[in-house]
Structure formats: structure tokens, C-alpha cells
Design a protein around this ligand. Structure first.
Ligand code: HEM
Length: 423
């Protein structure tokens, strides 16, 4: 008699995902399908739910009155801090408190005020002015990558790790030579965004890193205040601060946010996007034959394997979502990766189609907090894809791309490495 096994319960799968089990990290999509079908608003804890359909995810993102951004907190704070000493627990609380004035963590009028100070820079015209510099940077970095290929093999992640951070440093007006330091601080901080339980050594490292990082940004701002020339964005932000449109902590947090948000995400877009393309060789060849597809390809890569998998919101009132009662103060984790594979919105959602149009994915969120840097990362993505397609059309992963291991992080999704031959 065949043995009939029932599928594991959702909470078991979720526990595994938050415990960073490599198999689930590599392919969370069958689990996301079950979430959408069985419990689109799934309370896995009395105060924390995952929202997984495209329709409900869009509602949560767009309705800034009912759903507030807040300083990203552990999904279950007691559980997450269970292995920490009192001192380490205090470090985590301080970390969240210092990030409270950050653009991504505030709502309502305050959010509109702070965002409008930074938004002036992120216009098509300003971003267009960066194109030539980014093309040149990508070209130089690809030449360097090719030179580093030993025995013909090189890790594409080492290229993806550099370009987006250098672009943000350019935008902010920070010296390129500080990039390695900034990357280390950012990596230390992001280690305590992931998983179900914080490791004491990660908390101590993040505390030290963020103290140094804040000091660095404070010094940079001071230097820029006295400088005769600063970048367009820095000038706009410093003007806003001088006019009291931005408080000092809000100003510092914008710099920190840009250095985080602009680096990790686009790095994962490049490495993860190339992994997806190499796993679907026909789509890569389509792109190589017609590089003008790079714009729609970037959108499809953002949809197909979204680099930001979960974004949190807080319910501002007792409310109802998708027929489920949500109490005031509940945390809602919007599962972007699940929403972007919703068959009610996308034909063949599990297929990668570089020419897909329209593509109403939610990779950049939506509503009042819609990613400010979206035009920058779209532009970078297009330039990088085009350049790799033109210079290295025979690029190939040295292992089956379907088996490339992912970073141990359920939220910021990207491969650990992507070893390739450039052809
Ligand atoms: C693949 C690349 C990227 C992805 C997938 C991405 C994704 C996101 C998402 C989903 C949000 C919305 C968060 C929310 O609704 O709470 C967001 C916000 C934000 N992103 Fe991005 N991002 C990317 C690149 C960038 C870049 C390159 C920059 C800057 C140069 C940037 C700056 C920001 C900022 C400042 C916010 C906060 C906006 C606000 O709260 O009003 N991002 N991003």
C-alpha cells in the first residue's frame, strides 16, 4: 500500500524558514503558494501575521492610514532575545530606538516632510545624469572581474558587492575609499534582521558597528557642511536641515538608510538576477539577442525572485483584512515574494519571462513608502544586464544554478556566491 503523508503544517514550515533552513531559503515558493491558498492573512503568533496575496499586500502597502511603518522589530521580541544577556537585550532596544526617526520607520505628516526633503533628488532627470558615470563604473568593474578570473572562474557576487555601494556613495558624496568600511558596518547590522533568535555575538557586533557607522555619518555631514562643493543630494538634504525641515537625527538616518537600502538590495538583484537568468538559459539568450529587453528583464527579475521578501507594518486600529480580524498593534509581514507569484495577477507566475508586460510586481513596495531608490536600482540593473550580455554572452554558472546556496536571511534574499565562467 502506498504511504500517504500529509503536507507539513504551515507553522512548521514557517518555523523552518525563520530558522533559516537552507532548502526553504533556496526555494520558499511552494510554501508561499500554500500560504496564499490556505491562509492569505496567517496569524502564526497572536500578534504577528503574514499577508501573502497580491491584493491584500497592495492594500497594506497603499493604506498608510490604517497600516503604519515602524522600526523593524523582531517578529517575536521575547523569543528573538531569549539567548541574550540583559546588556545585549538593551543593545537591541537601543538599536531600534535610534532607528525610530528613520524615513522608512515613520508615518503620516512626519514621513511626508522627511521624504519630500530627499525626494527632490530621486527624479528621472537627476538619475539620468548618473547614467554615464554608472556605465563607466560597470565597465571598469567588469574588466577587473575578468582579470581576477583565476582558471577562468570568478565569483560574480564580488562584482555585485561593489557597484551598487559605490553608486550610493557617489549619490551621497562619500569617498569611494570608505566603501569597505561601510559594507562591513551594513553587513553587521543586517545580521540582526534575520532569523528567529538573535545570536549574542551578532548583537554585540551590530551594536559596535552602528556606533561607528553613526559617528562616520555624523563626521561626513560636518565635513560636507563646510565644503564648497557637495553632491546634489547632500546639498538638498543640508538645505532642508538648515531650514528646519529635517531634524539632525532624521538627517543622519537618511544617510544611513540610503547606504543600507541602496547596497544590499541591488547587490542581491544583480547576483540573484543573474542566477535566475542562468537557470533559464533560453531567457538569457533572448536578452543577449536583444539587449533592449534589459528594462523589462529587470522588472521580471525583481518579480520572479524578489530581493526584499518581507516588509512589516503595524495595524493602527482594530481592523479587518481579507475577512480576518486584525487587532490594533498587530504586526503584519507583507510577503512580497509570495504576492509577486500570485496567479490571479501574473500568467504563469512561476515562469521567468524577460519580456513580460505589464508587470505590476510589488518588489519596491507601494503607497507612501514606495522605494525612493527604485529609479536608481532600475537604471543600475539595466546597465549591468546589458553590459554582461554584450561582453560575456557565454557566461555560465559552474554549478547548477538551481542549487546555488542563498544567504542565511529570510528577508534580504540573494545568493551567497555565484561562481561563473565568463566564456
Ligand atoms: C533591487 C533594489 C531595491 C529593492 C528591491 C528595494 C525595495 C524597497 C522596498 C520594498 C521598500 C519599501 C519599504 C516599505 O514599504 O516599508 C523600499 C524603501 C526604500 N528604499 Fe528601496 N529597494 C531597492 C533599492 C534601493 C536603492 C538603490 C535605494 C537608494 C539609492 C533605495 C532607497 C530606499 C529608501 C530611502 C526607502 C524608504 C522610503 C520610505 O520609507 O519612504 N532602495 N525599498
Amino acid at each position: 500500500m502506498p504511504v500517504v503523508t500529509s503536507p507539513p503544517p504551515l507553522d512548521e514550515l514557517l518555523r523552518k524558514l525563520f530558522a533559516l533552513e537552507p532548502e526553504l531559503l533556496r526555494d520558499p515558493y511552494p510554501f508561499y503558494r500554500r500560504l496564499r491558498e490556505e491562509a492569505p492573512v496567517y496569524f502564526f503568533d497572536p500578534g504577528v501575521a503574514i499577508v501573502s496575496t497580491h491584493e491584500l499586500a497592495s492594500t497594506v502597502f497603499r493604506d498608510g492610514e490604517r497600516f503604519h511603518a515602524f522600526p523593524t522589530r523582531a517578529k517575536n521580541f521575547e523569543q528573538a532575545t531569549a539567548d541574550l544577556s540583559d546588556e545585549e537585550g538593551e543593545m537591541v532596544r537601543r538599536l531600534y530606538a535610534l532607528e525610530a526617526p528613520r524615513l522608512s520607520n515613520i508615518h503620516g505628516e512626519r514621513h511626508r516632510r522627511v521624504r519630500s526633503a530627499a525626494q527632490r533628488y530621486f527624479t528621472p532627470k537627476q538619475v539620468g545624469d548618473l547614467v554615464a558615470a554608472v556605465e563607466q563604473l560597470v565597465d571598469l568593474e567588469l574588466t577587473d572581474l575578468a582579470e581576477r578570473a583565476s582558471g577562468g572562474v570568478v565569483d560574480l557576487a564580488s562584482f555585485a558587492d561593489r557597484v551598487p555601494l559605490l553608486v550610493v556613495m557617489e549619490i551621497i558624496g562619500a569617498p569611494y575609499e570608505d566603501a569597505d568600511m561601510v559594507r562591513k558596518w551594513g553587513d553587521a547590522r543586517s545580521r540582526i534582521n534575520r532569523g528567529a533568535r538573535f545570536a549574542p555575538e551578532d548583537v554585540r557586533a551590530a551594536d559596535k558597528a552602528m556606533t561607528e557607522f553613526r559617528e562616520y555619518v555624523g563626521d561626513l555631514i560636518e565635513r560636507q557642511r563646510g565644503a564648497s562643493y557637495v553632491s546634489t543630494l547632500a546639498a538638498a538634504l543640508l538645505d532642508a536641515a538648515a531650514d528646519d525641515q529635517l531634524a539632525h537625527d532624521e538627517l543622519v538616518e537618511i544617510y544611513l538608510l540610503l547606504l543600507f537600502a541602496g547596497h544590499d538590495t541591488t547587490r542581491n538583484l544583480i547576483t540573484g538576477g543573474m542566477r535566475s537568468l542562468l537557470a533559464h538559459r533560453d531567457q538569457w539568450e533572448l536578452l543577449c539577442a536583444d539587449p533592449t529587453l534589459s528594462a523589462s528583464a529587470v522588472e521580471e527579475l525583481l518579480r520572479y525572485d524578489s530581493v526584499a521578501q518581507f516588509f512589516p507594518r503595524l495595524a493602527a486600529f482594530d481592523l479587518e483584512l481579507g475577512g480576518v480580524a486584525v487587532p490594533r498593534g498587530a504586526q503584519l509581514l507583507v510577503a512580497i515574494g509570495a504576492a509577486n507569484r500570485d496567479p490571479l495577477v501574473f500568467d504563469g507566475p512561476d515562469e521567468l519571462q524577460v519580456a513580460r508586460k505589464p508587470n505590476p510586481h510589488l518588489a519596491f513596495g507601494g503607497g507612501p513608502h514606495f522605494c525612493l531608490g527604485a529609479p536608481v536600482s532600475r537604471m543600475e540593473g539595466r546597465i549591468v544586464l546589458r553590459a554582461i550580455a554584450e561582453r560575456f554572452p557565454r557566461i555560465d554558472s559552474i554549478i547548477d544554478p538551481a542549487h546555488v546556496p542563498f544567504r542565511p536571511n529570510e528577508t534580504g534574499r540573494g545568493p551567497l556566491a555565484l561562481e561563473v565562467t565568463l566564456g
